[in-house]
Structure formats: structure tokens, C-alpha cells
Design a protein around this ligand. Structure first.
Ligand SMILES: Cc1ncc(COP(=O)(O)O)c(C=O)c1O
Length: 417
């Protein structure tokens, strides 16, 4: 029985803090979490993807070869500069853009903030209206709030019950005079629904409004849509190390730095570049793109299986997001009469690392703005997102463990299923 399996399995978390009093023993790395009768199934790729083996190799090599300051003139620095230039050229080649359009940031969030604020600053004379969808990542929505506090206007375009933005409403919003910038994600991070980026990009082109695309959930997995002006991505989502983002600003797009002057990254991103991490990030991007077709085929079928089986196995469940127009690896469902956190904690004890769709804003304890905008159930929410190489066994075990856990939580809450 899966519930006794959950009870019987002993979670041992071995965490050695390097500076804890009395802890002078060797630091154990990686912080290991082992189950007596099996490994942990990591099903939270939408939060972060484990480091790709090619990224690890590239990182180790570049730590030795690319540690110096690429802005200096001696041999070690020139070597770091060569590595950085090559990474930029490779990233540009992978994305089908020019190397001088590519800048490396310190996260997807920073790419979004700098991209949005710089485009808004450059078009201040045209107008101060920003158009975004209601289901953007908090990085976009928080930047929109900052723009509003600065006297700008924000227009929010709604989505359907599957989380897909209304392309016509978006087109109408961007055609209003005074629109400075539009932002749309390629796919939603909580429910996996793909957005009509090509249609929206065409409407933006007709209106003469630049479009910033947040491609964090699709870079390395799906081909890029056409027609955008600025693009943001995040390396740890495609198997690169954390601490690297990418901002692409197409030639001819107006952009003015919203930050104090700094000469790094052509004046677009401040501070000394983390060359080894950038090299590793680009190695992972290329590797993921090479593997995408096969990975996507497998993930799409596994997610289809979860989408079909969960409502059969668990009563009072709503699977949310578009069943077809979706990324291959994400599925989200909500269970009536279940506290999401309790379910995630139980799944953790049973050996599954899984988040709820709203994990990015979980610390605020507010219901997910994405699920609210879709008008679907917001509680008891579970987002399963498959990393590279996720196995059918993990999914089968998940489907075996989930129903008794939900039943138990409902019974403990006094709700019989
Ligand atoms: C759609 C989307 N945009 C932006 C981000 C932010 O990326 P980062 O974690 O690199 O700041 C995320 C990460 O959760 C995301 O899913």
C-alpha cells in the first residue's frame, strides 16, 4: 500500500552546515537525501532543472580556464574573454540571432527587469502604457507595478479558462496610442499553456510596439516563436547553473539602460561576468536543444498519462491548463478539500520533490494569480514538471502514491471522498 509505503520509508536528510557551531567535519556535498527503498523522484523541473552533465563538464573546465577578468589585457584575461565571446556566439547561433544582440544577466528575473525597464525608458516620449497578460511571471508583474509607481500605466489582458491569452484583446490593447511596450510569456510556468506569441507579435509589429517575450519555460525545449523584439530566459530552467540569465535585444529596438552606468555587457548588465557559469549555461542550452525532440516526445506522453489518470484515480480533481497547446513537461491539477501544502509535504515524505504551480509566490500565502485569472480552483494545487530523463516508473509510482495520500488528508480534515 502506498500510504504505508509513505509511512514506512525513512527520510534521512544529511545536511552539514559548514559554519555551524561544533560542525568542523568535512562538508558533505551534494547535500544528500536518501530513501531506504529508493531514490527521490525529482518532478519540479519548472522550478529548476538539475545541472545537465554537459554543463557540469563545461563548468569544471571553465573554472580553470575562464576565472580571470575578461576586461583585462593579460593572457588569462584574454582567455576568459575568448570563452565569453565564444559562449555569446554559440548562444546567438542556437537562438538564431546576432552575437551583439545577446547579453548575459544574473537571472531570468534580472533579464526581464532590465529588458522591460530599458525598453520603457527608451520609449518614454512615445507613451507610458505597458501591456501584459494576467498570467505573467511575478518578475514581469512586479516590474509592471514598479512602472505604475513611477507614473506609468499598465493594461492587463485576461486569459481563457485554459490560461491562454486572448490574442484579439491583446492586439486591441497594444494598438491604443501611447503604448510603449508589451510583454508576453511563451508558456505559462504554473500550468504549461502555450501563448499565441506569433499572433501577438504580428499585432505588435502592426502597432509599432516592441514585444518582450519571457521564454523561461521553453528555451532549450521548444523552437522560438518569430517576431519578438526582446527576449528573456533563465539558464537554470534548461539545465545550466543558477545565476545566469539571457537578455536578447534585437538590432534596431530602442533600449536605454535604467541602471547607473557600467561598461560590462555593452553597458546593459552591470558587474563582472561569471564566465564559467555562462560557458556552462550555453553548453546546456545547446545540449538540450539537440535532445529536445526525443525528450519532448517522452515527456508529452507521460504528462498525457498523468492528465488522464489523475481524475480517474482521485475524485474531485480539476486538471488545469490547455491539454494540447502546452509545453511537453508540465501538468497541474487541483484537489478539492485538500490543502496544497499538506499534500506537497506528504508527497515529499513519500519521495517526490514536487511544487504547487504557485510556488513562485507561495511565500506571500496568496492564491496563485494565474489560477485566479483562469477562473479555476486555486486550492490543493499540485504542479508536476518532468526534468530531462524523467522515467515512466517515477510517473507510475506517483500515480500509485497520490490517491491514498489525498484520501488520508481528506479523511483527517473530516471530508470523506
Ligand atoms: C516564466 C518565468 N519567467 C521568469 C522566471 C524567473 O527566472 P529566474 O529564476 O532565473 O529569476 C521564471 C522562474 O520561475 C519563470 O518560470
Amino acid at each position: 500500500m502506498a500510504s504505508s509505503h509513505a509511512r514506512d520509508t525513512l527520510a534521512r536528510t544529511v545536511v552539514a552546515l559548514p559554519f555551524a557551531p561544533g560542525n568542523v567535519g568535512p562538508l558533505r556535498w551534494p547535500f544528500a537525501r536518501e530513501w531506504e527503498d529508493g531514490r527521490v523522484a525529482y518532478l519540479d523541473a519548472a522550478s529548476t532543472e538539475p545541472l545537465h552533465p554537459r554543463a557540469r563538464e563545461a563548468l569544471l573546465a571553465a573554472l580553470d580556464a575562464g576565472w580571470a577578468d575578461p576586461a583585462r589585457l593579460y593572457g588569462e584575461a584574454r582567455r576568459a574573454r575568448l570563452l565569453l565571446d565564444q559562449a555569446r556566439a554559440d548562444a546567438a547561433d542556437a537562438l538564431g540571432v546576432r552575437p551583439d544582440e545577446v547579453t548575459f544577466t544574473t537571472s531570468g528575473t534580472q533579464a526581464i527587469q532590465i529588458g522591460m525597464l530599458g525598453a520603457l525608458a527608451a520609449r518614454r516620449r512615445v507613451g507610458r502604457t505597458l501591456v501584459v497578460s494576467a498570467v505573467e511571471h511575478s518578475a514581469v508583474l512586479h516590474t509592471a507595478q514598479a512602472h505604475e509607481r513611477d507614473g506609468g500605466e499598465v493594461r492587463i489582458v485576461g486569459v481563457s479558462r485554459t490560461g491562454r491569452v486572448d490574442a484579439e484583446a491583446f492586439a486591441e490593447a497594444v494598438s491604443a496610442p501611447g503604448t510603449a511596450l508589451a510583454c508576453l510569456q511563451t508558456a505559462n510556468h504554473e500550468v504549461g499553456t502555450l501563448q499565441p506569441v506569433a499572433q501577438v507579435a504580428e499585432a505588435c509589429r502592426r502597432a509599432g510596439v516592441p514585444l518582450l517575450v519571457d521564454a523561461a519555460q521553453t528555451l532549450g525545449r521548444l523552437p522560438l516563436p518569430e517576431g519578438w523584439s526582446l527576449l528573456a530566459g533563465s539558464a537554470h530552467k534548461w539545465g545550466g547553473p543558477a545565476g545566469v540569465g539571457i537578455l536578447v535585444i534585437r538590432k534596431g529596438v530602442r533600449w536605454r539602460s535604467p541602471l547607473p552606468e557600467d561598461e560590462r555587457e555593452r553597458g546593459r548588465v552591470p558587474g563582472f561576468e561569471n564566465v564559467p557559469a555562462i560557458v556552462a549555461a550555453v553548453a546546456a542550452l545547446r545540449a538540450r536543444m539537440e535532445e529536445a525532440e526525443e525528450e519532448n516526445r517522452r515527456a508529452f506522453a507521460l504528462v498525457d498519462r498523468i492528465r488522464a489518470r489523475v481524475p480517474e484515480l482521485v475524485p474531485d480533481v480539476e486538471v488545469v491548463g490547455d491539454p494540447v497547446e502546452r509545453v511537453p513537461h508540465i501538468v497541474t491539477f487541483s484537489c478539492l478539500y485538500v490543502a496544497g501544502e499538506a499534500l506537497l509535504t506528504e508527497l515529499d515524505k513519500a519521495g517526490f520533490a514536487i511544487s504547487s504551480g504557485s510556488s513562485c509566490t507561495a511565500s506571500t500565502l496568496r492564491p496563485s494569480h494565474v489560477l485566479e485569472a483562469m477562473g479555476v480552483l486555486t486550492h490543493g494545487n499540485v504542479r508536476v514538471s518532468l526534468p530531462r530523463g524523467a522515467s515512466a516508473e517515477d510517473v507510475d509510482r506517483f500515480l500509485e502514491v497520490l490517491p491514498p495520500l489525498v484520501r488520508r488528508i481528506r479523511e483527517e480534515a473530516g471530508v470523506m471522498s
